[in-house]
Design a protein around this ligand. Structure first.
Ligand SMILES: Cc1ncc(COP(=O)(O)O)c(C=O)c1O
Length: 331
């Protein structure tokens, strides 16, 4: 493969068989972390920018702005740098420090909103800031991943067909929901091409996307404190809500015991598979989406101190020996 640009590096056909999530049934995890900027979001970023250009709403004199918990911001930073647009990413204190540094490494501006919205999250405050900035600058363009049909179509055109190329008739597909772009695109495609497949939506406890009560959340990527408008495109068979603490435990277990380092939203989706296990027959073909790897979460979900401070009841792994404030040795 010879790519013409970094954003062409999308590896949609990589799956891994995990035999440890369910006792008798393998789970095929679609690994999105190999694509450019390390996440599923490069597909949404490229699609949204290209459509805005085609519609002449994004012109050379324009700058781009977006609200992101990290991965879309990073993908847009890369794509904007390659195309010569300046880009501002509006995020919040839950962004992984590594992702924040990577966004700035592409020359983008990162604004962190610290004020909670009325549901105790930050999304409402991030969007309020963007609206104020749009009102003050008419050359500023918002991709708006929460409302853009192009965020849904990106997955209808890429992620979903890639699943059926590998597994022509999956029984279950588990998909985490942030903006619901991935869920919406996959649901539209599966309903048309594989109607018997059961689509299971996964969200973090505390997220209000599907009308559940709001609560504090710290894992970037999944959940919202304000339901995204594109949610209406998602048609699924069941919703599984997962406690963030359980998702972190899943990530740690896969890393320590299996050598698989996944991001927090992947841990959440695999917890959902376990929670849903009583409904899954032994012979079922189960697919789950892993939006990114764990390497960008060293300061958060793989940092014992961060875990202890955010989840006070989380058990510390026995193998962790704390030496000083600066040094932790894993034996
Ligand atoms: C790590 C991670 N997981 C899951 C998602 C959710 O994807 P979507 O916004 O398509 O619902 C995102 C979105 O940014 C993400 O970054």
């Amino acid at each position: 493969m010879i790519a013409k640009s970094f954003s062409d590096l999308v590896f949609d056909d990589v799956f891994m068989e995990l035999s440890e999530v369910l006792p008798q049934t393998p789970v095929f995890v679609k690994l999105e972390g190999f694509s450019a900027t390390g996440s599923i979001k490069v597909k949404s970023a490229v699609r949204m920018i290209e459509r805005l250009e085609l519609e002449n709403r994004l012109r050379p004199e324009c700058s781009l702005i977006e609200s992101s918990s990290g991965n879309l911001g990073l993908a847009l930073s890369m794509a904007c740098a390659a195309k010569g647009y300046s880009f501002t990413c509006v995020s919040d204190p839950n962004i992984s420090p590594q992702t924040a540094k990577m966004i700035e490494s592409y020359g983008a501006r990162l604004l962190i909103v610290k004020q909670h919205d009325k549901n105790g999250g930050f999304l409402g405050s991030r969007i309020d800031l963007i609206n104020a900035m749009l009102a003050a600058d008419h050359n500023l363009v918002w991709t708006n991943q929460y409302e853009s049909i192009n965020n849904v179509e990106a997955h209808y055109l890429t992620t979903a067909p890639a699943i059926l190329r590998q597994f022509p008739a999956p029984d279950y597909v588990f998909v985490g929901a942030g903006t619901t772009g991935t869920l919406g695109g996959i649901s539209r495609y599966l309903r048309q091409q594989s109607p018997h497949t059961k689509l299971i939506a996964v969200d973090s406890a505390g997220s209000v996307t599907f009308g559940q009560p709001s609560g504090p959340r710290y894992i970037a990527g999944l959940g919202t404190s304000r339901p995204p408008k594109i949610r209406k495109h998602s048609n699924f068979d069941a919703l599984v809500m997962v406690k963030e603490e359980d998702a972190v435990r899943m990530c740690h277990q896969l890393a320590y015991k299996k050598g698989i380092l996944l991001g927090g939203s992947s841990g959440t989706v695999l917890c959902a598979v376990q929670q849903y296990a009583p409904q899954i027959s032994r012979s079922a073909c189960v697919v789950a989406i892993s939006p990114d790897f764990g390497d960008r979460y060293m300061d958060t979900i793989y940092n014992p101190r961060w875990v202890a401070s955010h989840f006070p009841h989380f058990y510390a792994p026995k193998s962790t020996v704390e030496l000083s404030d600066e040094c932790v040795i894993f034996t």
